[in-house]
Design a protein around this ligand. Structure first.
Ligand code: C2O
Ligand code: CU
Ligand code: CU
Length: 500
């Protein structure tokens, strides 16, 4: 391992993530190693127009065809404003934004802003379907810290299919803290969006099969931003990687063979300070930002190692024994110098803080057999009713030895503890999605600040998309206390009842 310089005045805490050794020492990989010869595609930054103080983006979900390296293409794919994946939306805290989302497919879909704090009407979940030929125009004010979020369809029962075909994109939010930070910041140069996904091809076409595998689809071909065998040129000493696990089922363990990474942000934004890690476990739906050092002239690959799935019964069937290279970096002979990663608190830090002492309610969520608390998703049933302004603790537990990835819409939460112990470093920042090791209690602290709607729910669910599609999802509404008895039928949907 290379020695790290530690700059004076930078609070870089050296905490190394301990990685468990899998009981079975044999590494079986079902992932094909491609030739690393293809320039990494960088999703373009989405154009926008500003009018009347509102920044408007245009997205069109459409069919297309893509030539993937080494496949017998062209491959039929779906994308936003293109054939595969979508542009990166970038906006700033405090900005009013709107998105004109057009559905040019031949079937209904929706677009959900994963990780975004916004009214449920704008959330893009299964209650905001867009019919073919229609345009949906959500709008909201960006009111959360700088972070890496993403967008993807959320049609009930078909999310895996739509994401798998290529509908997904990244969202980057900026704020005063991110813009004044000592961090790589040039999009596509030293600040790289990395959407990591796995696919399986059959006769050149995307194949979505489950083969009875518990987590769902584990593809044998890994791509980054749609590029198989991707190579990225490095021109700076430090590069920021915005990692998004956009896979439908696979959990990765990203690492470099010979160096650590500085973890700087989780799903919801910056950690308190950079944390040095060897390896990063990332479950479907999760994001993390890391900063990596490069030396002039070197070539090095980021890989995904055998992942410690934590108490999963048969890790091999969950991809736990797969290890493979993901992305090759080739550093130029002369690299732009970069300071040690550092940032100061956001001017909103105070108001963003969460306090466990204020928790008004504790809710329990048990995941088992594609059900949460014994129920499968029912679009016409409200599962939880939350009072606006309340801070709550959600205790989440997976009751079977298979992997799950738990996601809550609308909020970013703190992980208070895992089985009573402090959470691992990768959960130390604000999160909206976490990998659940089986049979452990994850205590999550969250606050439902605003945006009441007694009729239109937000979702919480497993982000392994097969599990989600098969019903491992529930719905909550955020209401004014006076509205409690009023949870009724959303327009256009029948039979919404309430239980609390
Ligand atoms: Cu990324 Cu409910 O979704
Ligand atoms: Cu979401
Ligand atoms: Cu699951």
């Amino acid at each position: 391992m290379r020695l790290r310089r530690s700059a004076a005045g930078v609070a870089a805490v050296a905490v190394i993530v301990a990685v468990g050794v899998t009981a079975c020492g044999v590494s079986t990989t079902s992932v094909t190693e491609p030739e690393f010869t293809n320039e990494l595609a960088i999703p373009p930054l989405a154009d926008s127009t500003v009018e009347g103080g509102v920044r408007t983006f245009d997205l069109a979900a459409q069919r297309g065809s893509t030539d993937f390296a080494g496949q017998d293409g062209p491959t039929e794919t779906w994308g936003f404003n293109g054939a595969f994946l979508g542009p990166t939306l970038r906006a700033q805290r405090g900005e009013k934004i709107a998105v004109d989302v057009e559905n040019d497919l031949t079937e209904p879909t929706s677009v959900h802003w994963h990780g975004m704090h916004l009214p449920s009407k704008m959330d893009g979940g299964p209650h905001q379907m867009i019919d073919p030929g229609q345009t949906w125009k959500p709008h909201w004010t960006i009111d959360q810290p700088a972070a890496t979020l993403w967008y993807h369809p959320h049609p009930h029962g078909q999310t895996e299919d739509h994401v798998y075909k290529g509908l997904a994109g990244m969202v980057i939010l900026d704020d005063d803290a991110s813009q004044s930070a000592d961090l790589p910041y040039e999009y596509g140069v030293d600040d790289l969006p990395l959407i990591v996904q796995d696919r399986t091809f059959s006769d050149g076409q995307l194949e979505l099969t489950h083969d009875g595998a518990e987590p769902g689809m584990l593809g044998d071909t890994v791509m980054v931003n749609g590029t198989i065998g991707a190579v990225q040129e490095v021109t700076a000493e430090k590069v920021r990687l915005r990692l998004l696990n956009g896979s439908t089922a696979r959990t990765y363990a990203f690492e470099f063979p010979d160096r650590t990474m500085d973890l700087i942000a989780g799903d919801g934004g910056f950690l308190d300070e950079p944390v040095e890690i060897d390896r990063l476990r990332l479950a479907p739906g999760e994001r993390a930002e890391v900063v990596v050092d490069f030396a002039p002239g070197e070539t090095v690959r980021m890989r995904s190692a055998e992942v410690d799935l934590g108490g999963v019964a048969v890790p091999a069937t969950m991809g736990g024994h797969d290890s493979f290279d993901v992305l090759e970096f080739r550093a130029a002979e002369i690299l732009t110098p970069a300071p040690e990663p550092a940032w100061s608190r956001s001017s909103h830090a105070e108001e963003d803080g969460l306090d466990e002492a204020e928790a008004a309610t504790i809710r329990k969520f048990e995941l088992e057999e594609r059900e949460i608390n014994g129920e499968r998703m029912d679009m016409s049933r409200i599962d939880e009713v939350v009072h606006v302004g309340d801070t709550e603790v959600w205790v989440v537990r997976s009751k079977q030895p298979i992997p799950h990835s738990f996601h809550v819409h609308d909020v970013q939460f703190d992980v208070l503890s895992v089985d009573g112990e402090p959470p691992p470093v990768e959960m130390s920042g604000r999160k909206d999605t976490i990998y659940l090791e089986p049979n452990r209690d994850y205590r999550l602290l969250m606050r439902f600040e605003d945006y009441t709607d007694p009729h239109l729910p937000y979702m919480y669910h497993c982000h392994m998309l097969l599990h989600e599609d098969e019903g491992m999802m529930g719905q909550f509404v955020v209401i004014d206390p006076g509205q409690e008895g009023d949870v009724g039928m959303p327009a256009g949907h029948e039979g919404v009842g309430h239980e609390h």
